[in-house]
Design a protein around this ligand. Structure first.
Ligand code: TYD
Ligand code: MG
Length: 448
């Protein structure tokens, strides 16, 4: 049996480390500052790195550990990085524990033993959930309790290759007073987790609670301390969940992961455009298609509008998915620049599927849909519109046109109406690309 390492005492004032217990720190002379620390923690705290030449540092990319969930790996930039710490935040009940238990179970059964620390649930609850999710692997170790030091002492006993802490607000760090969840505790818990992950050179995933206004609870420092910050979100009425990176030292922050919450856990959604696009509506007046960008993911979006004669002196304008002010501006441009009278109608706009589009690339589709509704002429179902509409009625270019066109083509669109100011991008597909100068031209091509 390997010889057990002695307990070390570390000074909380100067960081001096010793194996003998003394009242006074031999290094800085402070009294009562030495606290017992576990061997692994001592190594983590005791390492004092020296400056080195940048050219002598190894730049071989670290071998990543797959979480077993493709969508999660993609958002992480290709998997978990040894020594890297991921923090995942989200509303209560959104599925953080489910996602991590699934990932932990898959890593344990395929790759390496995993330590799952839960400060919120009992072993029985976690084990029941693991078996319901079908991931109750022998290599998945559970520690349920709120003493982080005890929990992390299990890292050395088995050859644990990943630890998960659910959550940073529910456990206590050694030597820190106060209730779990207080700013000092949260900081100390995160610091110890980061130190242990680095010292053991294994990845760690921490769960973080969020406050009512959607920020991660605890000090802002928390986000700075970790390598990757993910947010897990979704609407209350929908079973879809979105995973995004808001900070990633090991990958980009553009990727969107989509999951569906089912009875047996979270399932990855591969065809994301299918979420927001209802193919059968083509041929109805008032509907136009566009491709919106969600990070680097292009999504087909369906702009639906309705125009009904108004019974009021002030016609009604209702918009969901595009900001109301923008919608009102577009109706004014449509009336003034393209001569399509809007003022006698109540106008409603909705982006199907609850998608919300921030960038102005959906302007052209919104105008085309409105014109189609007002004239009662359906647009071609296999045509999509991408462009910003200016106050002069001109059509302007959009960002990442090539990616949007590729997605439109993949889903069977035949024609795209874009601005004539678009640079000749590297798009080499079969799509019939129609370049227009103004909104009026775009509507003419659409048959209005
Ligand atoms: P949970 O992972 O506990 O959320 P969080 O840790 O973010 O607070 O998810 C809880 C919700 O997920 C709960 O309301 C029930 C639902 N759920 C399912 O629909 N299917 C499942 O297989 C599981 C485990 C949970
Ligand atoms: Mg939870």
């Amino acid at each position: 049996m390997a010889k057990e390492e002695p307990i070390r005492y570390i000074c909380s004032h100067c960081g001096f480390s010793t194996v003998t217990r003394t009242g006074k720190c031999p290094s800085c002379g402070n009294w009562g500052t030495l606290a017992a620390t576990l061997p692994l923690v001592a190594t983590a705290v005791g390492t004092k790195p020296k400056a080195e030449m940048v050219s002598s540092v190894s730049v071989v990319p670290p071998a990543r550990l797959s979480s077993g969930i493709a969508e999660l790996d993609r958002v992480l930039g290709g998997g978990l990085v040894p020594g890297g710490v991921v923090l995942i935040g989200g509303q209560p009940g959104i599925g953080k524990s489910t996602l991590l238990l699934q990932a932990g179970g898959l890593v344990a059964s395929k790759e390496t033993p995993v330590l799952y620390i839960s400060g919120e649930e009992s072993s029985a609850q976690v084990a029941l959930r693991a078996s319901r999710l079908g991931v109750a692997s022998e290599n998945l170790m559970l520690y349920c309790g709120n003493n982080l030091e005890d929990a992390l002492s299990n890292l050395g006993t088995q050859r644990v290759g990943l630890f998960i802490l659910d959550s940073v607000q529910a456990v206590k760090a050694p030597g820190e007073t106060g209730w779990p969840g207080t700013p000092n505790q949260v900081r100390a818990v995160a610091q110890l987790s980061v130190d242990c992950a680095r010292a053991a050179n294994i990845p760690a995933v921490l769960v973080g609670h969020i406050t009512k206004d959607g920020r991660l609870a605890g000090p802002m420092l928390l986000e700075h301390m970790v390598d990757t910050v993910l947010t897990f979100s979704g609407e209350g009425y929908s079973s879809y969940r979105m995973l995004r990176a808001i900070k990633n030292r090991y990958g980009n922050t553009d990727e969107l992961g989509v999951f569906e919450m089912k009875e047996n856990g979270l399932a990855s959604v591969d065809d994301k455009s299918g979420l927001y696009w209802n193919r059968t509506d083509a041929g109805v007046p008032g509907v136009a298609m566009t491709v919106a960008m969600e990070g680097s993911t292009p999504l087909i979006a369906e702009v639906q509008t309705l125009a009904s004669l108004t019974a009021f002196p002030y016609p009604k304008r209702t918009s969901r998915g595009i900001e109301l002010n923008r919608f009102q501006l577009l109706t004014a441009v449509l009336e003034k620049r393209s001569g399509i009278a809007c003022s006698g109608h109540d106008l409603y706009l909705n982006i199907a599927g609850g998608l919300s589009i921030q960038d102005p690339s959906a302007d052209l589709a919104a105008c085309a849909a409105l014109a189609s509704a007002l004239k009662n002429i359906p647009l071609r179902g296999d045509c999509c519109y991408m462009g910003e509409v200016g106050l002069a009625g001109e059509v302007r270019p959009v960002v990442r046109l090539a990616a949007r066109l590729k997605e439109a083509e993949r889903l069977g669109f035949k024609r795209a109406i874009v601005s004539d100011k678009e640079r000749d991008e590297q798009f080499s597909g079969q799509l019939d690309l129609v370049r227009v100068n103004s909104l009026t031209d775009a509507l003419k091509i659409g048959g209005i």
